[in-house]
Ligand binder design. Structure first.
Ligand SMILES: Nc1ncnc2c1ncn2[C@@H]1O[C@H](COP(=O)(O)OP(=O)(O)OP(=O)(O)O)[C@@H](O)[C@H]1O
Length: 758
């Protein structure tokens, strides 16, 4: 039986000349083809051929195909070997005829040496030393041809080596090289040798040594990697004479070394050439394993496939946080998994995925998927939450400060918050604010989050028509990702945020499922403690999340969803309310956004009324806000033009804010109110609750700085103030003899505080 598994290659083969690498029998290789002869070979033999025979080509290594078709073929890769000391005893005439036939067929150089001692003998004994030169290549089966025109026309071939051949004669050079060939690998299977000669015994011993070394190499690799396990099985099932070629194509060897293996036509020589390469690989692996820190489960990792994975001499410790190296990276991930404080079910899944990840080569597409999944799992706030600092007094103040009117809505929100204060683990109801656009539904939701001291996240549901948007995609899909709920949790980083489900009435429906149905589970307090996102595939407890929904109408909300929510109507505003909202909130906001001061633009109430009646027609105040923005822009142009011509004034040092009656604010003790709109940064606070003392420093957008120290006897005022300040809410104290609002400056050198409420 031949080593090539009985395959008989055709007597004539087209030749593919390559310098890219060495194809050995039994291995597969990808070759890029872009030179004229090789391209022609692919077109006329591989692409047009219809039989198995036409897919067999001869691959000649180490030979460059000329750039131009007109150029002559270079000398094909050839190996030379010496047949030493052939001792022949022939009659003279026979010897001569032998020498002639050899030189014709093998182009051999023959040297004869005639021993003087035999010169008188009738028959001559000749000692010959033959040096032969053969063009050797590998016959290969083209299993795949891929063509591309970028960056220039070329083909990529996937070729599996079948057997060695030698070129007997070159038949033609154009349009591609064609040669008459002779199959070389026709070796008897060693295992079936019955009569063992001395030579065979040596070969068998060599092959046994080789087999043992190959086993040792595979034993050093991680057997749980599928390809390694397959290799182990191959070692047992393959005929021994094919092992040198197969092993040489897998281990790290230079092209020169592989060429030597290819050129070794004699089996014994092939074993001898490959064995040192194999031993070198084993020694290299041993060395690499020694240089790594002794981590028991890492002992069998595949080192050879990851270039530069190990830096000799460097010590790796488990505590090292550096994640530039794959091993450490996985170790760091493992630590994060154990630190994430996740429930047992999730931890189990993570540990399982982590195990799979360790066994995967980085180049596998699944590696990135598993990695992303684990990254998400460790980032999710399984047990991270903010502490509620709910104070109904502070909440009332805050809601009043942020929103004018909306009394009914604010009352219901306060009731809801009051019950939450009394019973922390309140299940439902889910509030749904329904009203026309621009009446402040979203901004009330934001205020509630601030009141509770929770993180706020808005999920816009308008136009969502795929249930995967809510529940995520299964991980089997390409480009799968978690749904918006899990994504939101990852963004806020705590498990008890306020989620505002904006525009629930605009949810769509499509072939990809009904997102409203997916929301049912999310919003049902009885079910959402085990919400399972398709991507995550483990339950996440949503019971701590506070859901608030908004909608323009209830007509389009699916009844099942509507049933789970408590609807709070937010009606539109009256003309008077709009004027108030404009002056309390919209104008100061717009001035701030356009970099204007109240001195540069003052809009009288009549003008606001005029804008409302003549330029807007809405239930909310959004378009009024836009109109005010337009006025601000027009004034900003004027101010900017004016600033160009006038010389900027010298900055005047800020003087202390004057409270009513000329009292300096720095020494003022009592309660007062400072409007948000003049604050540039969050107040910095030093709070010492047990001693009931507070010091506050505030920076306003005019060069104003107040250092205020308060000693209060009312713990309630103090507590609410503390709560507001902690969450970056501007100072707002109430309940004292007078409330004062800082309006800004009148003259650069004088800042005034005016009494707001008598
Ligand atoms: N009562 C109010 N007091 C202060 N500002 C208000 C009030 N009502 C609305 N606004 C302001 O109007 C703007 C629009 O409000 P918001 O975005 O909350 O409206 P919405 O009801 O959620 O609208 P939509 O239904 O279109 O989402 C915001 O800048 C908000 O601050």
């Amino acid at each position: 039986m031949s080593s090539s598994g009985g395959i008989q290659i055709p007597g004539r083969l087209p030749l593919l000349l390559t310098q890219e690498g060495v194809l050995l029998p039994g291995s597969t290789m990808r070759l890029s083809v872009d030179t004229p002869r090789n391209m022609q070979l692919v077109r006329s033999r591989l692409l047009r051929g219809t039989s198995l025979k036409s897919t067999i080509i001869g691959v000649i290594p180490n030979t460059r195909d000329p750039e131009h078709e007109a150029d002559e073929l270079p000398t094909l890769h050839s190996c030379s070997f010496v047949l030493d000391e052939l001792c022949l005893t022939f009659s003279f005439s026979v010897s001569l005829s032998l020498s002639l036939s050899l030189s014709l067929s093998l182009s051999l150089s023959l040297s004869l040496s005639l021993s003087p001692s035999h010169s008188l003998s009738p028959s001559l004994s000749l000692s010959l030393s033959l040096s032969l030169s053969l063009s050797i290549g590998t016959a290969g089966l083209a299993v795949q041809v891929v063509g591309s025109n970028w960056p220039k026309p070329h083909y990529t071939l996937l070729i599996t080596g079948v057997c060695r051949f030698r070129v007997s004669s070159l038949l033609k050079q154009r349009p591609f090289a064609l040669a008459e060939v002779e199959q070389l690998d026709k070796l008897e299977e060693l295992t079936s040798t019955e009569e063992v000669t001395a030579e065979d015994g040596e070969l068998q011993e060599l092959s046994q040594r080789f087999y043992q070394a190959a086993l040792q190499l595979v034993g050093m690799l991680d057997m749980s990697v599928p390809v390694v396990a397959k290799l182990r099985r191959l070692l047992d099932s393959l005929p021994r004479e094919t092992l040198p070629d197969v092993v040489a194509s897998m281990i790290r060897a230079t092209n020169k070394e592989k060429l030597q293996v290819l050129d070794a036509v004699s089996l014994e020589e092939r074993f001898k050439k490959t064995l040192p390469l194999l031993t070198r690989q084993i020694e290299g692996l041993k060395l690499l394993q020694k240089t790594r820190s002794p981590r028991p489960d890492d002992e069998k990792r595949v080192f050879s496939v990851r270039k530069g994975a190990v830096f000799p001499g460097r010590q790796f410790s488990l505590d090292e946080e550096g994640e530039d190296e794959d091993g450490d990276d996985t170790a760091a991930l493992e630590r994060k998994v154990h630190r994430a404080n996740m429930p047992e079910a999730a931890l189990k899944v993570c540990v399982k995925e982590l195990k799979r990840l360790k066994k995967m080569p980085q180049s596998m597409p699944e590696y990135a998927l598993t990695r992303n999944y684990l990254d998400l799992m460790v980032e999710l706030p399984w047990s991270k939450s903010t502490k509620d600092c709910l104070d109904i007094q502070a909440a009332r103040i805050l809601l009043d400060n942020d929103h004018y009117a909306m009394d009914k809505l604010k009352r219901r929100v306060l009731e809801y918050l009051a019950v939450r204060q009394l019973k922390a683990s309140l299940k439902g109801p889910i509030l749904c604010f329904v009203g026309p656009p621009g009446v402040g539904k979203t901004s009330v939701g934001r205020s509630i989050a601030r009141t509770l001291g929770r993180e706020f996240h808005r999920i816009a549901l308008g136009g969502v028509c795929d249930q995967s948007d809510i529940r995520g995609h299964r991980r089997t899909y390409v480009g799968s990702m978690p749904g918006r709920i899990i994504n939101g949790l990852k963004t806020v980083g705590v498990n008890n945020p306020v989620f505002l489900l904006d525009e629930v009435d605009k949810l769509g429906k499509s072939l990809q499922g009904d997102p409203a149905a997916a929301l049912l589970e999310v919003l049902d307090p009885e079910q959402n403690h085990s919400f399972t996102d398709h991507y995550l595939n483990v339950a996440f407890d949503l019971s701590q999340v506070l859901f608030i929904a908004t909608a323009n109408t209830t007509a389009t909300i699916p009844p099942a969803l509507l049933d789970r929510m408590e609807v709070l109507q937010v009606p539109g505003y009256t003309q008077e309310e709009k004027v108030e909202i404009a002056h309390r909130h919209l104008i100061p906001n717009q001035l701030e956004q356009h970099g204007l001061t109240p001195q540069q633009l003052q809009i009288p109430q009549d003008s606001t009324q005029e804008v409302i009646t003549r330029y807007t027609r809405e239930a909310g105040v959004r378009s009024l806000e836009r109109k005010i923005g337009a006025i601000c822009r027009a004034v900003a142009v004027k101010v900017a033009e004016g600033q160009k011509v006038t010389k900027p004034e010298e900055p005047v040092p800020a003087s202390p804010v004057q409270a009513q009656g000329g009292e300096s604010l720095s020494s003022y003790t009592g309660d007062f109110l400072i409007s948000n709109n003049f604050l540039k940064q969050k107040p910095t606070t030093v709070v010492d609750l047990p001693q009931q003392k507070m010091s506050v420093s505030i920076t306003c957008h005019v060069p104003l700085s107040i250092n205020y120290s308060l000693t209060t006897t009312s713990p309630a005022v103090h507590k609410s103030t503390y709560c507001l300040l902690r969450h970056g809410i501007p100072l707002f104290l109430k309940g004292g003899p007078q409330d004062i609002e800082v309006l800004g400056y009148r003259a650069p050198s004088l800042y005034t505080a005016t009494q707001l409420i008598p």
